[in-house]
Design a binder for this molecule. Structure first.
Ligand SMILES: Cc1cc2nc3c(=O)[nH]c(=O)nc-3n(C[C@H](O)[C@H](O)[C@H](O)COP(=O)(O)O)c2cc1C
Length: 190
């Protein structure tokens, strides 16, 4: 896929085919993630890729708790967005694979590590788009970090930064219209 096309076609996907992504593809995406720049070339990142159904289901159940936890916020959404949110949070929108990205805890340059791993995650998401896969970074998972760490047996010295769903977009998936800021609102030439 042409690079500009990949950039244009990346959207957060919240509705997936109930089909697992093969491990070879997941591995190639993580390889691309690790080609990202990192502060001091520290490569302070770890990726845990969940494919196993039982664990995936437990994680889906955890995330579905956010429908209650953030009910106040969700209630403010339009009826259309409420429906999408409900379907998405009740069962990960059908997604079968989740990638969790961690940095070491108690780093001197924590901000830099978060920036670096975010670069890696963007590499991953664009690489996925390039393979016609869909992704959605789900920050809401961070609120369940303790439970996730226990379930996945994450070492105590690691901190969760990114949780990314990855899978085959459902046939009827349409990206949400995104309110775009104008270039003139965000760009200053000096
Ligand atoms: C750090 C981060 C956290 C996010 N957390 C969530 C989330 O919890 N739930 C969700 O549905 N989307 C989440 N998103 C996706 C954004 O809502 C999405 O990127 C934004 O609306 C722009 O849409 P697009 O990705 O389709 O261009 C997150 C994105 C980022 C970068």
């Amino acid at each position: 896929m042409d690079f500009q096309n990949t950039i244009n076609l990346r959207h957060s996907v919240r509705s997936f085919e109930p089909k697992k992504v093969p491990k070879t593809i997941l591995k190639s995406l993580i390889k691309n993630a690790t080609k990202a720049p990192s502060s001091g070339n520290d490569q302070n990142w770890k990726f845990y890729v969940v494919s196993e159904t039982n664990t995936r289901n437990k994680l889906a159940k955890l995330l579905s708790k956010s429908l209650n936890k953030f009910k106040g916020e969700f209630d403010k959404l339009s009826p259309k967005l409420q429906k999408i949110t409900n379907e998405f949070y009740s069962d990960l929108g059908g997604c079968q694979n989740i990638i969790f990205a961690y940095i070491p805890k108690r780093l001197n340059f924590r901000d830099s590590a978060i920036a670096s791993i975010s670069c890696a995650c963007q590499n991953l998401m664009l690489s996925a788009t390039n393979k016609e896969l869909g992704t959605c970074w789900v920050g809401t998972f961070k609120g369940f970090e303790k439970e996730i760490n226990k379930l996945l047996e994450i070492p105590k010295n690691e901190e969760l930064v990114a949780s990314i769903l990855i899978g085959y977009p459902s046939k009827d998936f349409k990206p949400l219209k995104r309110m775009k800021k104008k270039i003139s609102d965000v760009l200053t030439f000096i």
